[in-house]
Design a protein around this ligand. Structure first.
Ligand SMILES: Cc1cc2nc3c(=O)[nH]c(=O)nc-3n(C[C@H](O)[C@H](O)[C@H](O)COP(=O)(O)O)c2cc1C
Length: 322
């Protein structure tokens, strides 16, 4: 079996559209992340041979432990897409994950993503067809339920297990909650207690202590970290150290800046000018909470090339050392 199934308590980078591209995954891996997910990939985009969709499935030339995340609502199209990934990207992915949590209206209005929480029979059929179509492990990322009155994670996760899922990740919020309020770790613990396959927890892990606390409270087999890693790939080494009974100090500003610049250089190499535009949001996350970050954020809007960013950030570092 592959990376997250071999590691005791894997620490993973959750799928994030617009964020978990190859450069960011590489940095998180360097910091100790055991496996990262792609951004969510449209199964119908693969079915229709959309070139932009295929780009989302590029992986590091030297290989990386990576889960390919698919979204869609048609079992046959999902099975086609999973088999396409297994055949065309041979050996590059660790698992196929199915998105059953995305709350975006453009996804849920077609019955896909989080809307599948309202339709366990269809969700089970999707998992069954996909698991039959590939040899790779098939995992499912679910929510606590569709809405407050429809919290069904335990029965839903049982259906996923019976349909052939190799693991389930539970984000302890309903789809209607989107990212608001606190994640309910109680429901994650209930799913863990009900299943025999690995259950991974997700929601509100912003520090190493949070990860250990979620593990202690729920008994989960691994964690997925999303927003806590934005501008903070260092969180993976902090959680990894804590998992191994050690501790590491958070990064000093100098390291933050140098890692941010390395991230930017990778984005420029990988995506060209578009990468530098995308990098603006990452830099704002890296510098969050630093002295003068509001002014820096303003200046970032004018940055178009790596050299300009380097000048801005190294200038910031020199000023902050004075
Ligand atoms: C910018 C952003 C993009 C996301 N994209 C996806 C996605 O493509 N697929 C998915 O399953 N979840 C996606 N999520 C949800 C996260 O994977 C995660 O479940 C959620 O943010 C809760 O974890 P956290 O509290 O650690 O942020 C996204 C979240 C954010 C903030």
């Amino acid at each position: 079996m592959s990376a997250p199934f071999q590691t005791a308590f894997p620490i993973m980078l959750a799928p994030m559209a617009g964020v978990t591209d190859m450069p960011f995954r590489a940095l998180c891996r360097e910091m100790g992340c055991d496996m990262a997910y792609t951004e969510m990939v449209s199964a119908s985009g693969l079915y229709n041979k959309n070139a932009k969709t295929k780009l989302l499935l590029e992986t590091h030339p030297q290989g990386e432990p990576c889960g390919a995340q698919l979204f869609g609502g048609d079992p046959a199209v999902m099975a086609y897409a999973a088999a396409w990934i297994e055949n065309e990207c041979a050996g590059r992915f660790t698992l196929i994950d199915i998105n059953m949590g995305c709350p975006a209206h453009k996804i849920t209005r077609g019955g896909e993503g989080g809307a599948l929480m309202k339709n366990p029979a269809l969700a089970g059929a999707i998992v069954g067809r996909v698991a039959d179509a590939v040899k790779l492990p098939v995992t499912v990322k679910i929510r606590a339920g569709w809405d407050k009155g429809g919290v069904n994670a335990v029965s839903f996760a049982r259906v996923m297990q019976e349909s052939g899922a190799a693991a389930v990740c539970v984000h302890g919020r309903t789809a209607v909650q989107q990212y608001c309020g606190k994640a309910d770790w109680g429901v994650i613990g209930e799913v863990k207690a009900a299943l025999t396959i690995p259950v991974w927890g997700n929601g509100d892990i912003f520090t190493a202590k949070d990860a250990l606390m979620m593990r202690a409270r729920t008994g989960i087999d691994g964690v997925l970290v999303a927003r806590g890693a934005l501008g903070n790939p260092f969180l993976f080494r902090e959680i990894k150290a804590a998992r191994d009974g050690k501790s590491v100090a958070p990064p000093a500003i100098r390291e933050r800046v140098h890692v941010a610049l390395r991230h930017a250089a990778m984005m420029q190499d990988y995506k060209g000018a578009r990468g530098m535009i995308e990098m603006r949001k990452h830099i704002a996350w890296y510098m969050r909470g630093c002295k003068g970050c509001a002014i820096l954020r303003g200046k970032l809007q004018a940055v178009r090339a790596y050299g300009e960013l380097e000048e801005l950030l190294l200038g910031y570092l020199a000023d902050s050392a004075r």
